[in-house]
Design a protein around this ligand. Structure first.
Ligand code: PMP
Length: 377
């Protein structure tokens, strides 16, 4: 019998015939961030600190009191109001979802899709292009400069030429740590406004940097700023992210996201966490200080290139085979992220800022590894 149009070899290992995914998804590789069981894990940019014990107690108490047999508040009204208040924004400018990845997905489901493009400044966070592909949004790559900044004139010219539905700016950028000046964000939002496109600024690491595009949000500007509880709030496990956007855009996102997508436990975690803002700011300040210390020590070595960072991680390029450096670090119990074979950041490793002890362990391990490699052992 003839195969259905578009179907390839559908045999599974046991000789059955399973359906094929959409043609445009066939070549897609899943997102991988390998985990290894090592002592010092500095590879996924989480906070090294657990949230305060009092937070956990209050959160669990609130979950215990919740009506678990009922669906959660569909509009996440209390959570949105609390986030908005903290950012000095109106509540109708806030949209929440399960991690900022789900926020990004909802944005692309709403404003991307077949026949539309997303412009992405590479190298950057892999999920921007990945989610674009999943949502059948075309991907337009634009190169960052040698220092990983966006060349604003070239970027504006590209936006005018291609008229992408969505433009992503990641700032601080993952994996480079680069922070874009507000003037770049302003120029790009003006450029997308000319053809009624949307600028999305991914600020997953925004609290570690010294500027934010949230200041530029207004009801009439096509600008969305995405943030997360995964990093600064020490709540990666709860999966909560949000964006700040004009209310008309928030209303469109609400139409697209699945009903009751945000569990009551997640909503309560997000609301209760905000009462521990001082503790969060203290953790952020400590990590920024440690970032400065790690950066200075790496820069002083002379045998690694190190890139300035406004995030809770640092990208570096050892003057030695970096994949070998990565493996030797793992042998010494330190896991960093291996970008050695990534286009545009070839030869690079990315280290998350950890506790002072973890950072010390990393710097000592690196010292030992590079000394061994110089000695040829
Ligand atoms: N944006 C960027 C730039 C990130 O690095 C990450 C996490 N690695 C995310 C978004 C997604 O974070 P989450 O879904 O945990 O909020």
């Amino acid at each position: 019998m003839a195969a259905a149009p578009g179907a390839g070899d559908t045999s599974d290992g046991e000789g059955g015939r399973l359906p094929q995914p959409r043609d445009d998804l066939r070549e897609l590789e899943g997102y991988h961030s390998p985990q290894l069981d090592v002592h010092v894990r500095l590879n996924t940019n989480e906070s090294p600190y657990a949230p305060p014990v009092e937070f956990v107690d209050r959160w669990l108490g609130a979950v215990r009191d919740a009506e678990l047999h009922r669906y959660p508040d569909r509009g996440a009204v209390s959570l949105r109001a609390a986030i908005a208040k903290q950012l000095d924004q109106p509540a109708d400018r806030v949209f929440c979802a399960n991690g900022s990845n789900e926020v990004l997905q909802t944005i692309l489901l709403t404003y991307g899709g077949p026949g539309r493009n997303a412009l992405i400044f590479e190298p950057t966070y892999a999920l921007h292009s990945h989610i674009a592909r999943i949502t059948s949004t075309g991907v337009l790559d634009h190169e960052r400069g040698d220092d990983f900044h966006i060349d604003v004139d070239a970027a504006v010219a590209r936006v005018r030429a291609e008229r992408p539905a969505v433009v992503f700016v990641c700032s601080p950028n993952n994996p480079t740590g680069t922070v874009e000046p507000q003037s770049t964000v302003r120029a790009l939002v003006d450029a997308v406004a000319e053809h009624r496109g949307l600028l999305v600024v991914d600020e997953a690491y925004g609290e570690f940097a010294d500027n934010t595009a949230i200041d530029l949000i207004s009801d009439a500007r096509p600008l969305v700023v995405v943030r997360t509880y995964s990093k600064v709030w020490s709540l990666a496990a709860t999966r909560l992210g949000f964006c700040v956007a004009p209310p008309a855009i928030v209303a469109e996102l609400e139409k697209v996201v699945l009903p009751y997508h945000l569990s009551v436990a997640t909503q309560l975690a997000g609301t209760v966490a905000l009462d521990f803002r001082d503790a969060m700011l203290e953790r952020v300040a400590g990590l920024v200080e440690e970032r400065g210390r790690v950066f200075a020590q790496l820069a002083a070595r002379g045998d690694v290139e190190v890139f300035p960072s406004g995030a809770n991680f640092i990208l570096m390029r050892p003057h030695a085979d970096s994949h070998t450096v990565w493996s030797a670090l793992v042998e010494r119990g330190v896991l960093v992220r291996d970008f050695s074979r990534w286009p545009r950041v070839e030869g690079c490793l990315r280290v998350t800022i950890g506790t002072p002890d973890e950072n010390r362990a990393f710097l000592e391990a690196l010292d030992g590894v590079l000394a061994d490699m110089r000695g040829g052992s």
